[in-house]
Structure formats: structure tokens, C-alpha cells
Design a protein around this ligand. Structure first.
Ligand code: ZN
Length: 156
């Protein structure tokens, strides 16, 4: 199996059975996002604890396989991290999608890096980039306590 097939398998698998779906108990941050280009919707529920750590992170959403896979992978990777680490991973991800950079965060193991990199292929399809980044922008909005819905047309 070459790397492209592996990446495709990861996306298909997460798109079909997304992890961490639903509302998590005791969430204290939430945000909604919408991608009008594709119709993807996501609602992120985040529980931050007293030491600014992501104690729980779940989402509800509907949309294409890319948007669901990206949200699923995001929740897996960010859960348990500190807010600072979570932002680092988010910046790495957005930079990878936009500028083709490598993942720098040293808070991810090899398996997690493979998961996040499985989404790197979308940069060849500009229409799909917003599908992949929607949940991450929405997580950022939840962490910053913004009230407005994230509209993917208004963010890079
Ligand atoms: Zn989509």
C-alpha cells in the first residue's frame, strides 16, 4: 500500500465512523461552523479544566467525508492536550494545508502524525480545503469563546 492509499483509507474510515461524536458531558465551551461551499456543518463541544487542558472534545456535524474525517481526527489528536499545545497542532495543520509545511508539533506520536497528514492531499483540491479546515477554525472559536458562527468563507 502506498502512502496515498493509506491516507485515503484513514479519511474514508474516519468519514464513515467519526470518533467523539455527540455532546460531551460538562462542556464549557462550544462553537458552530458552517461551510456554505459544500454545506458542511459542525458544532464543537469543548471541556477545558482548571489547568487549561482539553479534558474532553466532541462534535456534532453533517457534511462530506472530508469534513467529518477532519473533525474526527481533530478530536482524537487534541483531547488531553493543553490549550497551548492544541493551538500549536491547529497552526501546524492549517499551515500544512495552505503552505505544504511539515508537522512540527512534538506532542504527536507517529501514528497521530500520519492521521493528521492524511488530510494533506486536500490542498490539491481548493474546493475541499474549507471542508478540511472548518472544524479546526470552529475549535479555535470555541477556545477563544467567540459567539458568532464560523463561516468558512470568512476565514482562510
Ligand atoms: Zn465538505
Amino acid at each position: 500500500m502506498d502512502i496515498k492509499e493509506l491516507y485515503q483509507d484513514i479519511i474514508l474510515e474516519h468519514g464513515k465512523s467519526p470518533r467523539n461524536k455527540g455532546k460531551c458531558k460538562g462542556y464549557n465551551h462550544e462553537a458552530k461552523g458552517y461551510n456554505p461551499l459544500c454545506g458542511d456543518k459542525v458544532h464543537v463541544y469543548l471541556k477545558l479544566n482548571d489547568i487549561k487542558q482539553v479534558e474532553n472534545l466532541t462534535f456534532e456535524g453533517e457534511g462530506c467525508a472530508i469534513s467529518l474525517a477532519s473533525a474526527s481526527i481533530m478530536t482524537e489528536l487534541v483531547k488531553g492536550k493543553s490549550v497551548i499545545e492544541a493551538k500549536k497542532i491547529m497552526n501546524d495543520f492549517l499551515s500544512m494545508i495552505k503552505n505544504d509545511t511539515v508537522i512540527k508539533s512534538n506532542n504527536l506520536d507517529e501514528d497521530q502524525k500520519t492521521k493528521i497528514m492524511s488530510l494533506s492531499g486536500v490542498k490539491q483540491f481548493p474546493m475541499r480545503v474549507k471542508c478540511a479546515t472548518l472544524s479546526w477554525h470552529t475549535l479555535n472559536s470555541a477556545m477563544e469563546g467567540k459567539k458568532d458562527e464560523v463561516n468558512s468563507e470568512a476565514v482562510d
